[in-house]
Design a protein around this ligand. Structure first.
Ligand code: NAD
Length: 480
């Protein structure tokens, strides 16, 4: 057997084993084989990482460095990432079967996360509040302290960078714990942080499982902020744990996004985005358009075109340039998604296309189901895979009602050429982001987050500034 790659923790800029030397296996889900090992973080490893970041914050240069110097250092890291695009993308593709071209796109977006937040903090302004009493007050945004960031496996590098970038840009020090399923790219990012000259402890990487590693981080009272992306169930544990030491949390959780297609939509455009929204990344996207609602008069035509487009996706090896769709990210996840497909059929759902591959691979083919009852589990719960449940509606009011009838509220999409309807429906949808005639387009200045079980708080632009800083009011007397 060829020698396995190893991904350690990064502490004080150095890659290290766990204190007790324990490792765990890292899988290649397309090949269904172990291809690497990673350090298995214990509570003691978490404490070591926090201690390092605490020291870097309390005694180090980083929080006190000027905003221009900090921006320069972060741009240097972004330069190194850009130069290593193929390596970073290779790790995500190997680790979770993401098609290589999509993984490269994710690297570009990750690089942009760093560049955006470096510049955003460099160029930010506080506010001045003139007062009639002979005083004036101004605001300052100082770093909050040590940030614990915990990320999922579906966009391993991109989700981590979305947290690390604003955290360190605003002068905090950060410990990132990637998912145990995908430790590779984030560990390389940690190595690049050291190469870019980030001071020791500014960016630590803690590998390992949710418990004990992640749980030990959130419970540590030396941590000042917890930013978490993952499932709604885990989010509740994270929030409860952070509450024991009153650390503010930002939670980006699950979704069951509604996609509304009205009869006056541009159907080519709507079909294109409906496919992207549920089959890109094999549907392993929190923002997936997993509940599709189509107006009666175009239902049959739309469904036929949607099914044809899904069947045209090339399924295969993530490194084959023709591949648009590959296996699910792990055996555990394949079992979960498969069980929803089986259950949907048992509950009377019509599988219009797709289903579980029977070749022993961890592929669930692009799957479209209609005819499910509104309380069926595959209709209500987040499947987090390439499974779209489809339903019809007759009026705008009914469409909005169906879309909002969920515990989640991360995002929604709507397709119409009627301007007034677009604004009306967008305004009535209960969701953190609404896309009109498009999907997955982000401007990093805008709020991002979810309603209900989809999360707590918003990040992006000034919303990230509010979370990752301690805003302060300074009141000055003006002598007359
Ligand atoms: P998960 O909740 O199982 O794990 C997420 C992370 O939390 C992992 O790093 C895991 O090790 C860690 N973790 C697990 N238990 C923990 C605990 N008790 N304390 C601290 N950390 C713990 O989620 P997942 O399966 O990795 O990711 C899929 C989920 O993430 C889906 O629900 C998806 O919708 C959601 N997600 C949301 C967004 C968003 O922006 N809202 C983005 C991507 C993914």
């Amino acid at each position: 057997m060829s020698e396995l790659e190893f991904f350690g923790h990064i502490v004080d800029g150095v890659e290290v084993e766990s204190l007790d030397g324990t490792r765990f296996d890292v899988w290649n889900p397309w090949k269904r084989e172990v291809w690497a090992q990673a350090a298995e973080g214990s509570a003691a490893d978490a404490a070591r990482a926090v201690e390092s970041s605490r020291r870097a914050f309390d005694e180090g240069d980083w929080p006190r460095l000027g905003r221009v110097e900090r921006a320069k250092a972060i741009h240097k890291l972004a330069d190194l990432m850009e130069a290593r695009t193929d390596d970073l993308a290779r790790l995500d593709s190997t680790n979770m079967a993401k098609p290589f071209e999509q993984a490269k796109h994710d690297v570009a977006r990750s690089v942009w996360n760093f560049r955006f937040f470096a510049d955003h903090q460099r160029d930010h302004c506080g506010e001045v509040y003139p007062m009639d009493s002979g005083h004036h007050t101004y605001s300052e945004f100082g770093p909050a302290g040590v940030v614990a960031a915990i990320s999922p496996w579906n966009f391993p590098l991109m989700m981590a960078s979305w947290k690390i970038a604003p955290a360190i840009a605003w002068g905090n020090t950060c410990i990132i714990k990637p998912s145990e399923d995908t430790p590779a790219s984030v560990t390389l990012l940690g190595r690049l942080g050291a190469e870019a000259g980030l001071p020791p402890g500014v960016l630590n990487v803690l590998n390992g499982h949710g418990a004990p590693a992640g749980a030990a981080l959130t419970a540590d009272d030396r941590v000042d902020r917890v930013t978490f992306t993952g499932s709604s169930v885990t989010g509740k544990y994270v929030m409860a744990s952070a509450a024991t030491h009153l650390a503010p949390v930002s939670l980006e959780l699950g979704g069951k996004g509604a996609n509304l297609v009205f009869e006056d939509a541009d159907l080519d455009n709507a079909v294109y985005w409906a496919v992207e929204a549920i089959f890109r990344n094999a549907g392993q996207i929190c923002l997936a358009g997993s509940r599709l609602f189509v107006q009666d008069s175009i239902y049959d035509e739309f469904l036929a075109r949607f099914v044809a487009a899904a069947e045209a996706l090339t399924i295969g090896d993530p490194f084959d340039p023709a591949t648009r769709f590959s296996s699910l990210a792990s055996r555990r996840h394949f079992d979960k998604v498969s069980s929803y497909v089986t259950q949907a059929a048992e509950l009377g759902g019509r599988i219009r296309t797709g289903g579980v591959a029977t070749d022993g691979s961890w592929v669930v083919r692009p799957t479209i189901i209609d005819g499910l009852a509104l309380d069926a589990a595959p209709y209500c719960e987040e499947i987090f895979g390439p499974v779209c449940v489809v339903n019809r509606f007759s009026t705008e009011e009914e469409a909005v009602h169906l879309a909002n009838d969920t515990r989640y509220g991360l995002n929604a999409m709507l397709f119409t050429e009627n301007l007034s309807r677009a604004h009306r429906v967008a305004s009535n949808l209960r969701a953190g982001t609404v896309w009109v005639n498009c999907f997955f387009i982000r401007d990093l200045r805008t709020p991002f987050g979810g309603v209900g079980d989809s999360g707590v708080g918003r990040e992006g632009g000034n919303f990230s500034r509010e979370f990752f800083t301690e805003p302060k009011a300074v009141v000055m007397q003006i002598r007359r």
